[in-house]
Design a protein around this ligand. Structure first.
Ligand SMILES: NC(=O)c1ccc[n+]([C@@H]2O[C@H](COP(=O)([O-])OP(=O)(O)OC[C@H]3O[C@@H](n4cnc5c(N)ncnc54)[C@H](OP(=O)(O)O)[C@@H]3O)[C@@H](O)[C@H]2O)c1
Length: 287
C-alpha cells in the first residue's frame, strides 16, 4: 500500500508462526501480541537497504516495533517493508539520503504521521573506502565519508531528539560506530576520524538529554559480513586475515548479531545504559 505517491511505502501484515530465532526467518505474531522487547515502539532504521540495517529492521519488527526503514535504494527498502508485513510486522519505507537534512526530517515526519510516535532511532547508515593512505585520499572522499557517517548521524539525532522532546515520552538512540571509533584499526583515516566523531556525538547527546529520558549509545561494531565488508575485502583482500585473527572469537559477525545489541539498547532492558560505547566485536577491542 502506498502513501504520499511514490515516496512512502507502508506495509502492515498479520501472522505466521515461526520463531524469530536469528532475525532472518519469518516472524511470529509478537509484534501484534505485544510480547516482544520492542512492543509498541516505533523505531527508525537508517541504512536499512542492506547489511546490519536490514537485519535490524527484521529483528526490531519481530520484537514488536513498527519500523520506519530508510536508505537511498528505494526498491530494496520497499521489498524489506513488504517482507516484514508478510511476516506479520509493521513497516514503513521512506527513501532518503542521510546527508540531506530535509530527507531525514521527511522520514521522522512520516514515522510520526503513520504511527503517532517515534521512540527510537538506529542511526546505522555508513560508508567507507579502503586501501588509500591519508596523504593520497581525495578530499571528495574525505567529505563523503564525513558526510554519511557523521553528518548523517547528526541530521538524524537532531530530527529524532526534537520529536522525542516534544512528545515528552523520552526515547533511545543507537548510533552505529565501529572499532575504528576507538582505535586506528587499519581502516582509512577519514573513516577512523568519522567513527570517532560518532562516539563524540553519542556522548554529547547522552549528556544533553539524559535528564529528558532520552538515552544515546554507540555500537562498537567489529568486522561483520555485509556488502560494505565484501567491498572492503574485494578492494584489499589482505585485510581479512587481520580482521579475523585479532578477534577473540576468530570470526566475523553476522549482521543479526549486531542487530541484537541494538535491539537491547533500544529497549527498556537497557534502561540505565547511556553514553556507552558498546562492543559487538568478538573481543577485538579487548585484545
Ligand atoms: N560491516 C562491517 O564490518 C562494519 C564494521 C564496523 C562498522 N560498520 C558500520 O555498520 C554500518 C552499516 O554498514 P553495513 O556493514 O551494514 O554495510 P552496508 O551493507 O553497505 O550498508 C550500508 C547502508 O548505509 C546506507 N547508506 C550509505 N550511504 C547513505 C546515504 N548517503 N544516505 C542514506 N543511506 C546511506 C546504504 O543504503 P543505500 O546505498 O541504499 O543508501 C546501506 O543501507 C555502517 O555505519 C558501517 O560503518 C560495519
Amino acid at each position: 500500500m502506498a502513501h504520499g505517491g511514490d515516496t512512502l511505502s507502508h506495509a502492515s501484515g498479520h501472522t505466521t508462526n515461526h520463531a524469530p530465532t536469528d532475525g532472518t526467518e519469518e516472524y511470529d505474531t509478537m509484534g501484534n501480541t505485544g510480547q516482544g522487547m520492542l512492543a509498541g515502539r516505533t523505531i527508525m532504521v537508517t541504512g536499512a537497504s542492506s547489511g546490519i540495517g536490514a537485519a535490524a529492521a527484521r529483528l526490531f519488527a519481530a520484537e514488536g516495533a513498527a519500523v520506519v526503514v530508510t536508505a537511498r535504494r528505494e526498491g530494496r527498502i520497499k521489498e524489506l517493508a513488504d517482507e516484514i508485513a508478510d511476516g506479520g510486522g509493521r513497516a514503513l519505507a521512506v527513501p532518503g539520503d542521510v546527508t540531506v537534512p530535509a530527507d531525514v526530517q521527511r522520514v521522522v515526519d512520516a514515522a510520526v504521521r503513520t504511527y503517532g510516535r517515534l521512540d527510537g532511532g538506529f542511526n546505522n547508515a555508513g560508508w567507507a573506502t579502503a586501501g588509500t593512505p591519508l596523504h593520497e585520499t581525495d578530499d571528495a572522499v574525505f567529505d563523503q565519508v564525513m558526510d554519511v557517517n557523521v553528518r548523517g548521524v547528526w541530521n538524524c539525532m537532531k530530527a529524532q531528539i526534537a520529536v522525542m522532546l516534544t512528545d515528552g515520552r523520552g526515547g533511545a538512540v543507537v548510533n552505529t560506530a565501529s572499532t575504528a571509533g576507538l582505535v586506528a584499526t587499519g581502516a582509512t583515516a577519514s573513516y577512523i576520524a568519522a567513527k570517532h566523531a560518532v562516539m563524540g556525538l553519542t556522548k554529547a547527546g547522552a549528556d544533553e538529554y539524559g535528564g529528558h529520558g532520552i538515552r544515546v549509545n554507540a555500537l562498537v561494531v567489529g568486522s561483520t559480513r555485509t556488502e560494505l565488508m565484501d567491498q572492503v575485502l574485494t578492494d584489499t583482500p589482505s585485510l581479512e586475515e587481520s580482521f579475523v585473527s585479532r578477534s577473540m572469537q576468530k570470526r566475523m559477525a553476522e549482521p543479526v548479531e549486531v542487530a541484537q545489541a541494538a535491539a537491547w539498547l533500544l529497549s527498556d532492558r537497557a534502561s540505565f545504559v547511556t553514553g556507552g560505547s558498546v562492543p559487538v566485536d568478538g573481543g577485538w577491542t579487548a585484545a
